[in-house]
Ligand binder design. Structure first.
Ligand SMILES: NC(=O)c1ccc[n+]([C@@H]2O[C@H](COP(=O)([O-])OP(=O)(O)OC[C@H]3O[C@@H](n4cnc5c(N)ncnc54)[C@H](O)[C@@H]3O)[C@@H](O)[C@H]2O)c1
Length: 562
C-alpha cells in the first residue's frame, strides 16, 4: 500500500495513520480520559488545531481552579490531511504547531503536554465521543474569484459543514458544541443546527443539539495568548441551556473577571458582531486610501495629518493603512456577511455598499506601491524592468511572521509581472509559502498567483535573513512593514551597503523628514504612500545644493587672479 506523508514546515516527514492505527489511538485516548475523569476533569475537544485552535486548546488545558488544580483535559483534534497531519505529532511532543512571536506560547504548550498532562492531540474523530464540550476552530474561507471584487466570490463552508456533521455523528446529546470559527451570520442557527439535528434524528436522538457561538479576537504577535485568555468575549447559545453552558465554560477558561463577557440573545447576533467589528476596521482603513492619493498629489504628509487628528480623543483610533490590509480576517470577513444576506437569508436586493467597497480598496491598495517604485526608478533614469528591488517585510503587520494576504505579496507579484527582480528580507519569516508553494498554498485553486502573469519563477523566491547581503547592489528598497528592525535604519548605511544611490519607497510612514532629506542628499529618489511632502523636501535639497554650488563658484571667482 502506498504510504502518504505530511511534512512539517521544518521538513520533518510524518507518515499518515493506517486504518488499523485508529482503534489503537482511540484506546490510548480512552485510557487517558478515564484517568482524567477520575481526577474530576471535564473533557474538551478542540476541533482544528490551526492558528486559533492550537493556542485556544493550550489556554483551556492550562486553566486551574482556585487551589491550583487543572479542571479540564483537552484533546486537540486535527484531520489527518497531508497538509495538516504533522501538527498532531508536533503537539504531542509539546511543540507549537504554529509560528508564534509570543514567548508564552511554546512554554504553555510544553507545560500542558509534558508536565500537567492536560493536553494531547489526535487524528481520530472518535475523540468526539469522549467530549463534554467541543470547541470548533476549523476555517471558513471566503473564496474570491477576481482581484478587487469581493462580491464575485463565495463562502467556503465545506470544512465547517463537514466538521459539524462529523461532530453530530459522534457526540453525546449533552455535549456543548461551541463554534468559534468566524462564520457567515446565520450559520449557527440555519446551517449548523439543521445539519446536527438531522444527524441526531438518524441516531434516534430527540434532544436539540446544544450549540453556541463565541468568536475569537486572537491577534498573532507578542500577545497571542493574552488576546485569547485576557480579552473580552461575546457569546450566545441556540437555547437557554446552551447559553448557560457556554457562559459557564468561558467563565472557567477566560479571564472574565477582568474582561467581562457580553451575552447576546441569538447566535446570529454574536456572528454579526464579529463581522461588523472587522468590517468597521476594514472600512476606516479603506477610506484613507483616497486621502492617501490626495496627499501624494498635493504635497501633504498624511502621517502628520493623522497624528494631528489622533490628538482628539474621539478620533484616536484612526490608522494609516500601509500597503493594503492583510491577515486572515479583514480581507474576508465582510464578504461572509454580504454573501450570507443572499445565500443564507435569501434576500435579492443589494443593501451592501461600504463593506464590499472597503475590502476591494484594501485588496488592491498594494498595487500602487508598484507604480511609486516605477516612478522613483524612472526619475533616476533606471528602467524598472530588470531592476533589482529589495522588499523589506513580507508579513501583514509589524513584528509578526504571519504572511497571510499581506500587501507585500501583491507588491512582489505586480513588480515581477512588470519585469523587476525581487529580493525579500523579513526577520520573522523563514519561508514565504505563498511563493515557495504558490501552486498549493494558501489554496491550490485560489492563490493570488492567478491574477498576474510571469509568476512561475517566484517559486524560487527565498526570504533573505541577512539585511546587508539583501541590500547589496539593489536599485530600490521598499519599506513595506513597520518591523522594529527597519525603524532605525540609517540612510548613509543603507546607501553604503547598497553600494549606490537607490530608489526608496516608504509604504508605512517609516521615514521621518530628516531621513527623507538625507536620502535625497545621497542622490536617492524617495516616494511614499500618502507622503506628498517628499517633493518639497527634494526641492529643498536641490535648492540647498544649487546655493552651495553658487557659493563655491563665487568663491572660485573671487579667488581667481583678476
Ligand atoms: N488571526 C487569526 O488567525 C484569527 C483571528 C480571529 C478569528 N479567526 C478565525 O478562527 C477560525 C480558525 O482560523 P485559523 O487561523 O485557526 O485557521 P487555520 O486554517 O490555521 O486552522 C484550521 C484548522 O482546522 C483543521 N480542520 C479543518 N477541517 C477539519 C475537520 N473536519 N476536523 C478537524 N480539523 C479540521 C485544518 O486542518 C486546520 O489545521 C477562522 O474562522 C478564522 O476566521 C482567526
Amino acid at each position: 500500500m502506498k504510504k502518504h506523508y505530511s511534512v512539517s514546515p521544518d521538513g520533518e516527514k510524518f507518515q499518515l495513520p493506517d486504518p488499523d492505527d485508529y482503534a489503537k489511538e482511540f484506546d490510548r485516548l480512552n485510557r487517558m480520559v478515564r484517568d482524567q475523569r477520575n481526577r474530576g476533569r471535564e473533557i474538551v475537544v478542540v476541533m482544528g488545531v490551526g492558528f486559533v485552535g492550537a493556542v485556544m486548546a493550550a489556554v483551556v488545558a492550562d486553566t486551574e481552579d482556585k487551589d491550583g488544580n487543572p479542571h479540564k483535559f483537552v484533546i486537540g483534534m486535527q484531520r489527518p490531511s497531508v497538509r495538516s497531519y504533522w501538527k498532531i505529532p508536533f503537539l504531542n511532543r509539546g511543540l507549537p504547531p504554529v509560528q508564534a512571536e509570543d514567548p508564552e506560547v511554546a512554554p504553555m504548550i510544553h507545560r500542558c503536554v509534558n508536565e500537567k498532562k492536560t493536553l494531547t492531540a489526535t487524528f481520530t474523530y472518535d475523540a468526539l465521543k469522549l467530549a463534554d464540550i467541543v470547541v470548533v476552530d476549523v476555517q471558513c474561507d471566503y473564496l474570491k474569484e477576481s482581484l478587487g471584487d469581493v462580491r464575485n466570490g463565495q463562502a467556503d463552508m465545506a470544512a465547517l459543514e463537514k466538521s459539524l456533521e462529523i461532530i453530530a455523528e459522534h457526540i453525546s446529546p449533552d455535549t456543548l458544541v461551541l463554534i468559534e470559527t468566524t462564520v457567515a451570520p446565520g450559520t449557527t442557527e440555519q446551517v449548523a443546527y439543521p445539519i446536527m439535528k438531522k444527524v441526531f434524528r438518524k441516531r434516534g436522538i430527540e434532544d436539540d443539539p446544544l450549540l453556541a457561538h463565541s468568536f475569537e479576537r486572537v491577534m498573532p504577535g507578542k500577545n497571542y495568548v493574552a488576546s485569547i485568555r485576557d480579552f473580552w468575549r461575546v457569546c450566545s447559545g441556540t437555547n437557554e441551556k446552551a447559553t448557560r453552558r457556554v457562559v459557564k465554560f468561558l467563565e472557567e477558561v477566560i479571564n472574565t473577571d477582568a474582561y467581562p463577557i457580553t451575552v447576546l440573545s441569538r447566535p446570529i447576533e454574536s456572528e454579526t458582531a464579529k463581522i461588523v467589528e472587522n468590517s468597521f476596521r476594514a472600512t476606516i482603513l479603506a477610506f484613507l486610501d483616497e486621502w492617501s492619493l490626495f496627499s501624494e498629489r498635493n504635497g501633504v504628509d498624511l502621517i502628520k495629518v493623522l497624528e494631528a487628528i489622533k490628538v482628539r480623543p474621539t478620533h484616536s483610533n484612526i490608522i494609516f493603512p500601509g500597503p493594503g490590509i492583510g491577515g486572515y480576517c479583514l480581507p474576508k470577513d465582510g464578504g461572509l456577511g454580504v454573501w450570507a444576506y443572499r445565500h443564507i437569508h435569501g434576500f435579492e436586493d443589494d443593501i451592501f455598499k461600504i463593506t464590499p467597497l472597503a475590502i476591494d480598496i484594501n485588496d488592491t491598495r498594494a498595487l500602487h506601491v508598484a507604480q511609486l517604485t516605477r516612478d522613483a526608478l524612472r526619475n533616476m533614469s533606471r528602467p524598472l524592468a530588470a531592476a533589482e528591488i529589495l522588499l523589506l517585510g513580507a508579513s501583514y503587520r509589524e513584528d509578526v511572521g504571519d504572511t497571510r494576504y499581506s500587501g507585500s505579496e501583491l507588491i512582489v507579484r505586480r513588480l515581477t509581472e512588470m519585469g523587476a527582480e525581487l529580493r525579500v528580507h523579513d526577520p520573522y519569516v523563514q519561508h514565504w509559502w505563498e511563493f515557495e508553494k504558490q501552486d498549493e498554498y494558501p489554496s491550490p485553486t485560489h492563490g493570488l498567483k492567478r491574477f498576474f502573469r510571469n509568476q512561475d519563477k517566484l517559486a524560487d523566491l527565498r526570504v533573505e535573513q541577512d539585511l546587508n547581503q539583501a541590500l547589496s547592489g539593489t536599485d530600490a528598497v521598499i519599506f513595506a512593514v513597520r518591523h522594529q528592525h527597519y525603524l532605525d535604519l540609517d540612510p548613509d548605511t543603507v546607501v553604503e551597503t547598497a553600494g549606490t544611490s537607490l530608489a526608496v519607497i516608504d509604504c508605512f510612514g517609516i521615514l521621518n523628514d530628516a531621513k527623507i532629506k538625507r536620502y535625497f542628499e545621497l542622490g536617492c529618489e524617495v516616494k511614499g504612500l500618502g507622503r506628498g511632502h517628499v517633493k518639497g523636501i527634494k526641492d529643498q535639497v536641490r535648492a540647498e545644493r544649487e546655493e552651495m554650488l553658487l557659493a563655491l563658484s563665487a568663491k572660485g571667482r573671487s579667488a581667481a587672479p583678476s
